[in-house]
Design a protein around this ligand. Structure first.
Ligand SMILES: *Cc1c(COP(=O)(O)O)cnc(C)c1O
Length: 458
């Protein structure tokens, strides 16, 4: 008999989590203004809000904390992080930042000016936020297959090269400071980009003289999918694949809270010394001196160790198989999802789950509330609330996909937790026709409103 899959780690420390009753949850979600970001963590049993900064560090990472060098300038921890970035990712220059969006803030302060266009594959919400904050426009050139959850495609994160070339051809090139490749494509459902697509985008960018920036939060998961799905890569190691991927980028931004498995941290990697120097000015103003940039020495150490572990096949295999396990359990209940399953999360297709709810009543947010009420599980809306209003017309934007995302923290929950989640959402699916009304917004911020929005049930 073939041996079943088993995780390549064991548990050394545990944290208690709390169950609750439905009446308690009804009270709490009401007090939270039906915004799951407002819930206290002890009001949540299984927290799938995000996989960002919520993973479990290894014993080696915890050991590295003790070796942290907290010198203001020139700390050994800075060099440890520098060496890891050079060796694993191939970037000779870097700036540490306190998290991914801070990396975007520093880099875009140099590159993005009012009226500019930034094409790419489904920019992440903070990325788009930083672009629009500077009165520039993000143009999504993702392949159309990404927006249809019922079609299978190995690499739904890919850029449509014709769409991209159209943008490059029909605009003055000085208006396009960069192309951003998000790996994996988070907004489209944690979907990978193929090596071929990265290569083709880079060739196109070179033809037009435009730099390519990788938004790299889940680059290692992307490499795993290339190994599993793309011809010619099955026998390559994750680290070899990662090296080739980044050979098609000029700059990278990184939220280390994802694939570097730390609770806080980020950085920008540069191949060009001149751009690094320009960005350093903003890095010093916004984040801190160039050898710590918003991070403590111990955190830089843990990040360096995490980059190494996060690019090991076994780490990724355990993680991505757990995501697929949750997906396969939900499939048994008939729950409609983005497929193939992404790396870090399961994305439920709410347009197919609650087809009777009008988009103006925010069906994805409604479902996230229902799932919380059912079992104390916290997911997140990736739909019209997160899409914000159009910055010019101020009308609500209704994206093609209305999703809830259940993101799985790294090395944190067991498959029993996944079973619990599957049954809970299966129960909601069974009573979906009883969910007759959605929610309305009563208070919202002008940008990135989903974090603080206040809602009422209709
Ligand atoms: C999380 C994330 C970011 C932002 O990083 P933070 O660390 O949350 O600031 C940017 N891009 C992608 C693709 C992400 O997943």
């Amino acid at each position: 008999m073939q041996l079943p899959f088993a995780e390549s780690f064991k548990i050394k420390m545990v944290e208690t989590i709390q169950k609750s009753t439905r009446p308690e949850r009804e009270q709490w979600i009401k007090e939270a203004k039906y915004n799951l970001f407002n819930l206290k963590s002890n009001q949540v049993f299984i927290d799938l809000l995000t996989d960002s900064g919520t993973g479990a560090m290894s014993d080696k990472q915890w050991s590295e904390l003790m070796l942290g060098d907290e010198s203001y300038a020139g700390a050994s921890s800075y060099y440890k992080m520098k060496n890891a970035i050079q060796a694993i990712l191939g970037f000779p220059y870097f700036l540490p930042t306190h998290q991914g969006r801070a990396a975007e803030n520093v880099l875009f302060s140099v590159l993005v000016k009012e009226g500019m266009l930034v094409p790419g594959n489904s920019h992440f919400d903070t990325t788009k936020g930083h672009i629009e904050f500077r009165k520039a426009t993000a143009i999504d050139c993702t392949i159309h297959e990404a927006f249809d959850t019922t079609v299978y495609h190995d690499f739904k994160g890919n850029v449509d090269l014709e769409k991209l070339e159209m943008v490059l051809k029909s605009n003055p090139l000085e208006k396009i400071p960069m192309i951003i490749m998000t790996i994996t494509n988070n907004s489209a459902g944690g979907q990978p980009v193929s090596m071929q697509n990265l290569r083709d985008v880079y060739a196109l960018a070179q033809k037009y003289g435009i730099r390519v920036v990788f938004d790299s939060a889940r680059f290692a998961e992307n490499a795993y999918f290339i190994k599993m799905r793309e011809k010619g890569y099955e026998n390559k190691s994750i680290k070899e694949i990662v090296q080739e991927m980044f050979s098609y980028a000029d700059v990278m931004t990184m939220s280390a809270k994802k694939d570097a498995i730390v609770n806080m941290g980020g950085f920008i990697g540069f191949k060009d010394e001149e751009l690094f120097k320009q960005a350093s000015v903003f890095g010093i103003v916004f984040e801190g001196f160039i050898t710590y940039g918003g991070m403590s020495g111990r955190d830089m150490n843990a990040l360096a160790q995490g980059l190494d572990e996060g690019t090991e096949f076994d780490t990724l295999d355990s993680r991505i198989k757990q995501t697929a396990y949750l997906g396969s359990r939900l499939k048994e209940f008939g729950v409609p999802m983005q497929e193939p399953f992404g790396g870090h999360a399961i994305f439920v297709d709410v347009k197919r789950f609650l087809p009777h709810l009008p988009k103006e009543e925010f069906p994805a947010q409604t479902l996230a509330i229902e799932l919380y009420l059912e079992a104390g599980i916290r997911a997140v809306e990736i739909g019209a609330i997160m899409a914000d209003r159009d910055p010019i017309t101020r009308e609500n934007r209704f994206p093609d996909l209305e999703l809830i995302r259940m993101a799985i923290p790294r090395r944190t929950y067991t498959n029993n937790h996944m079973d619990y989640v599957a049954v809970a959402l299966g129960n909601v699916f069974a009573r979906r026709n009883e969910i007759k009304r959605g929610v309305k917004i009563v208070k919202e911020a002008p940008i990135m409103r989903h974090f603080t929005v206040e809602l009422e049930r209709l």
